[in-house]
Design a protein around this ligand. Structure first.
Ligand SMILES: Cc1ncc(COP(=O)(O)O)c(C=O)c1O
Length: 436
């Protein structure tokens, strides 16, 4: 047994820390659970009251190699003993270039690549757009309905959901155009892929392909509710963009680093973007992000055009290099395949058993269930998703919701989770579903 609940949730120490938080921290940052962490190892989080939880959220898809992986701890400690910061823009260091080399080798596409490192996912998105505009000398960017790209201004502008991400923060940057994403479960016709592709082409023709710099797409929508993009849709976009000198950017910030069972989701979707943004799992818990892609595109900004004080921080580079080593030496991807089969089987069984589940979908272990009030009307059941998340943490499983209507429960398990841990967590979720 990994789950151990000793107090009412939240326990007294967490309650006290929450009061302190409320007094001193801005209201804005949300919390999925009301418990404060004391330590986290592998797939288990222990709170300050000694309660133990199975982590089904991986700190929003970060702890793919597990919390506090010994190899990552050692790599960061060793680096810390040497130096923790000089700024790559002031006094460069080798680990930055080594990490870029790894990303160039491991990301999809057999062409010469280069990489730029930043700190967060949103910052990678910002830079991918800067690089694409600099290369094409065109202004417009196309993004997709239900997409999420972060909280800085360009990333927010590219993000679809208004509440809470954009509420009160406008105006947003210009030259951003949104088109439909092929969302099978809520599609009104069987031709939903063709329709979405036609919408995309019509939009670019209206903007004018000569004014369109880039298209940014998540191969599997993350915050949007774990909806995989159909292969033929991605193929159509790639071909259209190649003909029209439009840069294709895959945002693999949530889907990368084994989240879908392969190192990158694009590999399974036969998708070869020109640029790819990564973050989250890349750093194994340390903040780092990257833009990787065709060398001629990446080299478009002039010297000094992209950068930042902390971009590619040495501690984070050391952690990211350890993440690659873990993927190369440990059997993380095999474990991810095993987990994905068991998870999917169980979720499909839940769908048979509980008529609150309208859809089970995803790619590899990146699976989700969409909760509805009625299987025919498909009316989103946001309250049920909230109740299941609450039941989860009260009974030892940290779960997260997602989706434009907040009615999707997404499974972001650490990929080092054991099948018994998965089983234990899913048993809690089954009890939770039975109570809805
Ligand atoms: C697909 C995608 N892009 C961008 C981001 C933003 O990353 P960050 O929160 O590190 O800025 C996220 C975060 O959830 C994401 O899922």
């Amino acid at each position: 047994m990994n789950i151990e609940i000793k107090t009412q949730i939240p326990g007294p120490k967490s309650k006290k820390l929450m009061l302190h938080r409320e007094q001193h921290v801005a209201r804005g940052p949300f919390h999925v659970s009301p418990v404060f962490v004391a330590n986290a190892h592998g797939a288990v989080i222990e709170d300050v009251d000694g309660n133990k939880f199975l982590d089904f959220s991986s700190g929003i898809g970060v702890a793919n190699t597990g919390h506090s992986h010994p190899k990552t701890i050692k790599a960061v400690k060793d680096q810390l003993e040497k130096f923790s910061h000089t700024s790559f823009n002031v006094t460069p260091y080798e680990s930055y270039s080594l990490l870029c080399e790894k990303l160039n080798q491991k990301t999809p596409g057999h062409f010469t690549k280069k990489t730029f490192l930043a700190n967060s996912g949103a910052e990678a998105v910002e830079n991918a757009i800067k690089i694409a505009r600099s290369y094409t000398k065109k202004p417009a960017i196309v993004c997709f309905d239900h997409g999420y790209h972060g909280r800085t201004y360009m990333a927010m502008g590219l993000t679809s959901k208004v509440i809470p991400y954009k509420e009160g923060f406008g105006p947003f940057p210009g030259e951003i155009y949104k088109t439909s994403f092929p969302y099978e479960y809520r599609a009104t016709s069987k031709n939903f892929v063709e329709t979405a592709f036609a919408d995309f082409k019509n939009l670019v023709n209206k903007i004018d392909a000569d004014k369109t710099a880039a298209v940014i797409i998540e191969p599997v929508l993350g915050e949007g509710g774990f909806i995989p993009a159909p292969k033929e849709f991605l193929k159509g976009i790639s071909e259209f963009c190649a003909k029209n000198n439009i840069v294709v950017i895959a945002d693999e910030i949530q889907t990368g680093f084994g989240r879908t069972g392969t190192l990158f989701a694009s590999e399974q979707l036969d998708f070869t973007p020109d640029l790819i943004t990564t973050a989250k799992g890349l750093g194994g818990g340390l903040p780092i992000s990257a833009v990787t892609g065709r060398a001629e595109i990446m080299d478009a900004p002039m010297v000094g055009g992209i950068g930042g004080t902390y971009c590619g921080n040495p501690l984070a580079c050391a952690a990211a290099l350890s993440v690659f080593e873990i993927f190369e030496k440990d059997s993380i991807l095999q474990n991810a395949q095993m987990l994905s089969q068991k998870l999917r089987e169980k979720l499909l069984y839940f769908k048979e058993k509980f008529n609150i589940i309208g859809d089970v979908r995803g790619l590899g272990p990146m699976q989700a269930i969409e909760l509805v009030k009625d299987l025919n009307t498909k009316e989103p059941n946001t309250d049920a998703a909230k109740a299941l998340v609450k039941f989860g943490y009260e009974n030892g499983v940290i779960l997260m919701s997602a989706g434009s209507f907040g009615n999707v429960i997404r499974f972001l398990i650490p990929l080092i989770m054991t099948d018994t841990q998965l089983e234990e967590g899913l048993n809690v979720i089954e009890k939770g579903l039975a109570q809805l």
